[in-house]
Design a binder for this molecule. Structure first.
Ligand SMILES: Nc1ncnc2c1ncn2[C@@H]1O[C@H](COP(=O)(O)OP(=O)(O)OP(=O)(O)O)[C@@H](O)[C@H]1O
Ligand SMILES: [Mg+2]
Length: 318
């Protein structure tokens, strides 16, 4: 279980380039939940993941992993609890070492590594077996330098390495962003399988709303260093707002009338019932509807701001 409470992080404080990135961010993730994280560039997603992994120590707030306060622990102290796959396929593995050597290092994650043989026949056999799951033929290339692999192959191995030892939290920061669509789909499917098989508590950052909703059992949206939207667990959602007219079809709703619903968290949102007529019936409280509505609202606000600027002769009108 991960609990982040009121996290604050400011880069370059007290200088002209001061940047308050995390602004009281709080999030609680129960054990075994797969949370997808979305948000615009600079929203603070990677900073949040860095704070959880210990690559960055927050200014204020508290981070707990399975009830243990890790706020002031650095990355290597948390390495037994947190595994991570980066956006860059070149990060997270050591280019000069072979596939089996990289895997041996990952196998020892969180443990003391003394001088001695890191590899033996049993370990090699186990690595070979794990690699064969990827169906990339890498099980026959254990002694190849990992730097010789393609980005997609390397990312698949990184993912495998992150899941080699049981960890409490798996962090995935846009780990398919640098891959071509086919390889990205493959790595995503592999991610879902690994998370499900290990019942891992996972957080995956993505810019694709479709991926976020398809793969996560819960989706949170970050904006300006805060969680501004939390789409709860799919299974729990249906009962939250059984009469949400924005998401369930309402044949009677023929005109542009405004109504309200109580989703999520009892918040009341006004929206147009006609919206429901144009789309096929979907589950009540469908997250895609909610996110689309939120994005539409932001676009509208942006257009209005641009019009206001144009009216005042500041340029930028649309
Ligand atoms: N080490 C750092 N020093 C100074 N500023 C930083 C540092 N790391 C991040 N920032 C700033 O913090 C802000 C948030 O960055 P972050 O990487 O968390 O965004 P993000 O939500 O992951 O965005 P993206 O979707 O583009 O990856 C950015 O303005 C960035 O410039
Ligand atoms: Mg980022």
């Amino acid at each position: 279980m991960l609990r982040a409470q009121q996290l604050e992080m400011t880069f370059n404080p007290g200088t002209p380039i001061e940047n308050r990135v995390l602004r009281g961010l709080s999030l609680e993730i129960p054990t075994g939940q797969f949370v997808t994280v979305i948000g615009s560039n600079g929203a603070g997603k990677s900073t949040f993941l860095n704070a959880v992994s210990g690559d960055l120590i927050v200014d204020k707030g508290r981070i707990e992993i399975d009830g243990k306060d890790v706020t002031r622990m650095n990355a290597w102290q948390r390495s037994g609890m947190v595994a991570r796959v980066f956006q860059d396929p070149m990060a997270g593995t050591c280019e000069a070492l072979t596939i089996e050597e990289n895997m041996a290092l990952a196998w020892k994650r969180g443990e003391r590594r003394a001088f001695g043989f890191a590899l033996n026949r049993n370990l090699r056999e186990m690595f070979r077996e794990k690699l064969s799951i990827l169906k990339l033929g890498l099980e026959n290339r254990l002694a190849d330098r990992i730097g010789l692999l393609s980005g997609g192959q390397r990312q698949a191995v990184s993912l495998l390495m992150a899941s080699l030892r049981p960890s409490r939290i798996l962090l995935l920061d846009e780990h398919t962003a640098a891959l071509d669509p086919k390889t990205a789909a493959f790595v995503l499917e592999l991610t879902a399988k690994i998370v499900e098989a290990g019942q891992l508590t996972a957080m995956m950052v993505t810019h694709s709303m479709r991926q976020a909703l398809d793969y996560g059992s819960r989706t949170v949206m970050l904006h300006e260093g805060q969680v501004i939207l939390d789409v709860p667990d799919r299974s729990a959602r249906a009962s939250t707002c059984p009469t949400c007219c924005a998401c369930s079809s309402r044949p009677a709703a023929r005109s542009w009338t405004t109504t309200s619903c109580c989703w999520p968290d009892g918040a009341r949102h006004r929206h147009r019932a006609r919206h429901a007529r144009r789309r096929p019936r979907r589950g009540a409280g469908d997250p895609a509807c909610l996110l689309r509505r939120w994005l539409r609202g932001r676009r509208r606000a942006h257009r209005q701001a641009a019009r206001r600027r144009a009216a005042h002769g500041l340029g930028g009108g649309t």
